[in-house]
Design a protein around this ligand. Sequence first.
Ligand code: ADP
Ligand code: MG
Length: 163
Amino acid sequence: MFWPIVDERALVVGGKANTNEQIREAVTQSAEETITFGRTLAELLTPPKLVLLRGDLGAGKTTLVKGIAAAFDASSEEDVTSPTFTLIHEYRGPHAILYHIDLYRIDTPRELDTLALDDLRSENSILLIEWGEKFPRLLQDCDVEISLERSGENGRSIRVSGL
Ligand code: ADP
Ligand code: MG
C-alpha cells in the first residue's frame, strides 16, 4: 500500500505474515513533526475505527491527535487538549466524529463500562484511545495500534500497525 512520505525518515519496516497488516514507522524530532505525521496518518484512517495510542506520559499521544483532528477538519490543533480529567473529548468534522479518550484514571472494567464507549462506535466515528491497552477487551477490539516511544529529549519513534 502507498505510504505518503512525511519526510525521508518515514518508512515501512515490515509486514505481518497472514494478514495484510504492515507496520509503519517514523521518527520525529519535534512536536510539530509529530503533528504533521498525525495529519498524514489521518489520510489512511477511515471510519469506523478504534485506535489505541500507546506510550508513556509525555510520549506525544495527545500531540499526535492534534494532527489527526486537524486533518479531519474536526478541530484546530490548539483546541485539542488532553482529556485526562474530562475522559472523553468529541471533535466533529464533516466526514467523521473523533472521540479522544484518556483512560489513565480508569482502573477497573466496571469503571470502563460506565463510559459506555460502545455507544460512541458508529459508521462515522473514530475512537482514539490513550491507555486503552490496560483493558484486554479494548486490545481485542482495536483496529489500529500506534505506539510512541521517546528517544532523547525531543525524538519520538512512532510505530503504526493495522493500517
Ligand atoms: P501524552 O499524551 O503521550 O502524555 P503529550 O502529547 O501530551 O503526551 O505531550 C508530549 C510532550 O512532549 C509535549 O509537551 C510536546 O511538546 C513534547 N514533545 C517534544 N518532542 C516531541 C515530539 N517529537 N513529538 C511529540 N511531542 C513532543
Ligand atoms: Mg495525552
